[in-house]
Write a protein that binds this ligand. Structure first.
Ligand SMILES: [Zn+2]
Ligand SMILES: [Zn+2]
Length: 138
């Protein structure tokens, strides 16, 4: 019985090789391997748009505590003094820093038109290279 199975597996092995051989010879098969999902993980992460803004930490104007605002559309509620702000109040509050949504580092942020807007227009993470832009292109 074991001898029989060995013969079957030996034949199967040959059959598999026969199927793979033409694929290896085909230049298209290399191209196919490059577009496999693993290669996408090496690209630099990034987002565009206010709705995809990284989580922010702002200063509570009433008690000075840091308030986390995870999403740009979330209300801004101070957990220390229970001051409550709408997401529309964001430009009035002192932004401390944005938090990288990929690795959790503090991000460097800035503005491209400081006189036009009171909110950050870009943020970049020096830890993992994640980058966020308010708008698509300038
Ligand atoms: Zn407060
Ligand atoms: Zn990061």
């Amino acid at each position: 019985m074991m001898e029989f199975l060995k013969v079957v597996f030996a034949r199967l092995g040959k059959a598999v090789e026969a199927v793979l051989e033409p694929l290896r010879a085909d230049p298209e098969s290399d191209h196919f391997r490059l577009s496999s999902p693993e290669t996408h993980t090496t690209t630099i992460d990034g987002d565009v748009g206010w709705g995809r803004r990284p989580p922010a930490v702002v200063r509570c104007p009433r008690c000075g505590a840091d308030i986390d605002q995870r999403d740009a559309r979330d209300d801004i509620d101070c957990s220390r003094c229970v001051a409550e702000f709408s997401h529309e109040d964001f430009p009035e509050l002192a932004l401390q820093y944005l938090v990288c949504p990929v690795c959790g580092n503090r991000m460097e942020h800035g503005q491209r038109h400081p006189h036009a807007l009171d909110v950050p227009e870009w943020a970049t993470c020096h830890g993992c290279r994640y980058h966020w832009e308010f708008r698509h292109s300038y």
